[in-house]
Design a protein around this ligand. Structure first.
Ligand SMILES: [Zn+2]
Length: 156
């Protein structure tokens, strides 16, 4: 069992994955299992203390979890501002501006290259995880910060 770590003041650039072996496939599985113990939709290697450029996304619907190795942004369109939080920044929420729609290229845990298009909440979740892989904290992008109590009241 792995714990999710705080990344406050600890975000750093990950290393590009060049070997698609069993240990990478095991890491993808650990990330998915760890994500499933939370109510989050995405988790990246740095959040469990690893330095490989890999993140997983699961929208908790009938699609399989998405494994993103070495993801890169190909295109982006539009702008949207929505509330975000992060498993590695407990209690911190804020409005973050991101593109409305994206097209990315990535590899899966077996080294197969693919492209996907995402929009809205899904694009936001993918971009948030990609930021972790490039050492960028979502708190750097917060326009209006909301504390946990206020956020929870708004949710009710
Ligand atoms: Zn995060």
């Amino acid at each position: 069992m792995v714990n999710i770590q705080s990344l406050v003041n600890q975000e750093r650039m990950t290393e590009e994955v060049t070997t698609f072996d069993e240990s990478l496939q095991q890491l993808a599985k650990i990330l998915i299992d760890t994500l499933h113990r939370t109510d989050g939709v995405g988790l990246s290697a740095p959040q469990i203390g690893r330095n490989e450029r890999i993140a997983v996304i699961d929208f908790q619907d009938d699609r399989d979890p998405l494994v993103l190795v070495n993801p890169t942004l190909l295109k982006y369109y539009g702008k949207s501002v929505e509330m975000e939080g992060c498993l590695s920044y407990p209690g911190i929420y804020g409005e973050v501006e991101r593109p409305e729609a994206i097209r990315i290229e990535a590899e899966d845990e077996y080294g197969k290259t693919f492209e996907i298009t995402a929009e809205g909440f899904e694009a936001r979740a993918i971009l948030h995880e990609m930021d972790h892989l490039y050492g960028i904290s979502f708190t750097q992008k917060i326009k209006t910060r909301v504390d946990a109590e206020t956020f929870e009241e708004e949710e009710e």
